[in-house]
Design a protein around this ligand. Structure first.
Ligand code: FES
Length: 195
């Protein structure tokens, strides 16, 4: 990654913080919030490997309920399958990379790509591929939307783009006891937060 002179300077400034006499009174320089180079570093080192909160399970209570969400550059289709499981599927068709779900949310038994009509189940499996019947090399059964890691903790939906980071729930087990009487089953936008 090539960093700009601004990012280099900013990283030097931040690296000096721990040795500063009055470090407790320092705040981040303004560039820490606006510098594109630092943002790229944050994406690569933090956001591509951490569990990220994207919604509430009660936002999609019924089989077939779904919503779309973008994590970094990754368009996701969050869907509760007919088996009741919530999955984080890629929202990009395996055929010619068209977005599959075009709205913010909805209810569907199947997802039909608007471009050439490929049909996916709520678990991401390809169930129909019109005009591909004549292709001997094409195996519909081996085609599926990529699925990202997803955990539901206390009704909150988290996703992680990294297949190798530790699971979320063990990291939060101490918070379970503290929060179990505070959390409601309300959708995220309706929760009242108290400070
Ligand atoms: S791009 Fe989706 S069916 Fe062709």
């Amino acid at each position: 990654m090539t960093l700009s002179a601004v990012t280099d300077r900013l990283l030097d400034t931040l690296a000096a913080y721990p040795g500063t006499e009055d470090a407790a009174s320092l705040t981040l320089p303004p560039e820490a919030y606006t510098d594109p180079g630092l943002y790229e570093i944050e994406k690569e080192t933090i956001f591509k490997h951490e569990w990220l909160l994207i919604g509430r399970a009660n936002d999609i209570p019924d089989p077939g309920d779904w919503f779309t969400f973008q994590v970094l550059d990754e368009p996701l289709l969050i869907v509760r399958g007919t088996d009741g499981e919530i999955r984080a599927l890629s929202n990009i068709c395996r055929h010619r990379y068209m977005p599959i779900a075009l709205d913010e949310k909805g209810l569907a038994k199947r997802f039909v790509c608007a471009y050439h009509g490929w049909v996916y189940g709520t678990d991401g499996r390809l169930v129909a591929a019109p005009l591909m019947e004549g292709s001997l090399a094409f195996e519909k059964e081996s085609c599926k939307l990529p699925e990202h890691r997803l955990e539901v903790w206390q009704g909150f939906i988290f996703v992680n783009l990294d297949d190798n980071t530790p699971p979320l729930a063990p990291q939060l087990h101490e918070a379970d006891a503290m929060l179990e009487n505070c959390l409601t089953s309300a959708p995220l936008g309706q929760i009242e937060w108290f400070s």
